[in-house]
Design a protein around this ligand. Structure first.
Ligand code: GDP
Ligand code: IMO
Ligand code: MG
Length: 430
């Protein structure tokens, strides 16, 4: 199969978890390379629903190796509670099947508190998991990393550094300072439980490749939440596009890029969304699609499929093939629209301009298609697909410029239709 990077082509929640789970049947290793427990990846196996935040989707398959790469912001408390709640469901995550990069920056209570303070001043609509402040400390060279936990002297220095910064900010906002003892206590609570997972992940991955093991890189969030390429400032604080798979894991290997897109568009949190439907259509997509956020249980905003965005996402990541999910949610619609361009102040755009205020004012240009008005949920064969559904996906392929290889027809693991097998001979990232 070769090594594959799976990324989201919209604003997250495209169904990446289900697709990584599906594809990982034929892989050996699954690696998370960015984000943290702001992700919520849903996988349904035999009517049991699993919602994974920080752990790679492969933890549900006992014979696979799961990896958290250096690019991930690691909340050790969230890690422990996710492992414990999986144990209750009979899933055993242990240092033999999970490894975590020693370079991961840690999310601590100071990060969550800082996020809460600043979200009140400048509302992005984050997940409140401390992701942004943790990455700020990483780039500011004052983060505490997993490897620091083992070395008391080093840890002491790092805590001093961290608190100099956080307490200065807190004082400015009339918020109580944090003491070194509080941070040490917080770290002592988790150290023993997380240190057994610590590994030089970049090296282990390189060794696994030497043994011809096949790797899937599991993206979190989506292209338009990317810190550089997304709808800034309404983005997350990591790079979510495919090139981050290499930086966030330390494995420079030949990879093929698979993009996951929903058959319509959703977004959680604030920010521009040109094809949003704040009307009965959006309401229907929300209700039929059960579009409640996996992490914060917020309503996902809903709109039509935006081919301009998805084409841009395909180009940004060198995507060679698409998986289209949740087509079944459109089963009852009389007409279905696709956004094919934007207009702003009389000027036509075939891409998303960078300026946030312009993004907010874009008027979408739509093409309209007749719906298929037929139940497709759970279908597993192309023979039974309605002709109007086939026309819809062919139009999407034409507009975004790459083939749709798989379609997903329900939340369940097996409900996937293979339209074209992935032939990964061209378009590899390296
Ligand atoms: P992720 O963050 O990209 O992994 O996506 P989420 O798990 O947050 O959100 C996708 C939701 O859609 C989950 O509830 C999935 O169970 C569900 N889902 C995935 N594919 C399909 C599909 O083809 N049809 C339907 N009806 N639901 C799907
Ligand atoms: P998965 O992996 C959808 C959004 C938040 C907010 C913005 C910044 O499940 O697709 P953050 O907490 O990251 O600083 O919030 O990003 N966001 C997501 N939206 N799916 C996700 O992950 C998301 N992770 C973050 O709602 O708008
Ligand atoms: Mg999600």
């Amino acid at each position: 199969m070769g090594n594959i990077v799976v990324i989201g082509l919209q604003w997250g929640d495209e169904g990446k978890g289900k697709i990584v789970d599906y594809l990982s049947e034929n892989a050996d290793v699954v690696v998370r390379f960015q984000g943290g427990n702001n992700a919520g990846h849903t996988i349904v196996v035999n009517d049991e629903v699993y919602k994974l935040n920080l752990l790679p989707s492969s933890v549900l398959r006992p014979d696979k190796i799961s990896v958290i790469g250096n690019g991930v912001a690691l909340d050790p408390h969230a890690l422990i509670s996710e492992i414990e709640s999986l144990k209750i469901k009979g899933i055993d995550v242990n240092p033999n099947n999970l490894m975590i990069s020693e370079s991961c920056p840690l999310i601590l209570s100071v990060h969550k508190e800082k996020e809460n303070l600043f979200e009140n001043l400048n509302k992005i609509g984050t997940t409140h998991k401390g992701i942004g402040p943790c990455y700020e400390d990483k780039v500011g060279r004052r983060a505490i990393r997993l490897c620091d936990l083992e070395h008391a002297d080093e840890l002491n220095k790092r805590i001093d550094n961290l608190l100099n910064y956080h307490n200065a900010i807190r004082r400015g906002l009339n918020y109580p300072a944090v003491t070194k003892e509080e941070i040490l206590k917080e770290i002592q609570e988790i150290s023993e439980k997380v240190l057994p997972y610590k590994k030089p992940v970049w090296k282990v991955l390189n060794d696994l490749i030497e043994e011809n093991k096949e790797v899937i890189f599991e993206g979190a969030q989506g292209t338009f939440l990317d810190i550089d390429h997304g709808t800034y400032p309404f983005v997350t604080s990591s790079n979510t596009i495919a090139s981050q798979a290499i930086t966030g894991s330390g494995l420079f290997s030949n990879v093929h890029i698979v993009g996951v897109a929903k058959a319509y568009t959703t977004r959680v949190g604030n920010g521009p969304f040109p094809a949003e439907q704040e009307n009965e259509i959006g309401e229907n997509l929300f209700t039929i699609g059960k579009e409640l956020g996996t992490v914060s249980n917020r309503r996902r905003r809903c709109g039509w499929f935006d081919a301009v965005l998805v084409r841009q996402a395909v180009q940004l990541s060198g995507v060679s093939g698409i998986v289209l999910t949740k087509l079944d949610i459109l089963d009852s619609f009389d007409t279905i629209k696709i956004c094919v361009g934007y207009i702003h102040n009389g000027k036509k755009y075939d891409y998303l301009p960078a300026l946030s205020s312009v993004q907010e004012e874009l008027e979408p240009i739509y093409e309209e298609f007749p719906g298929w008005k037929e139940d497709t949920q759970g279908k597993r064969s192309t023979e039974t697909l309605p002709i109007n559904l086939i026309k819809y996906i062919k139009k999407i392929e034409e507009l975004v410029g790459v083939p749709i290889h798989l379609i997903s027809t329900s939340p369940k693991r097996q409900d996937v239709i293979v339209l074209k097998n992935f032939e990964f001979s061209e378009n590899a990232l390296v």
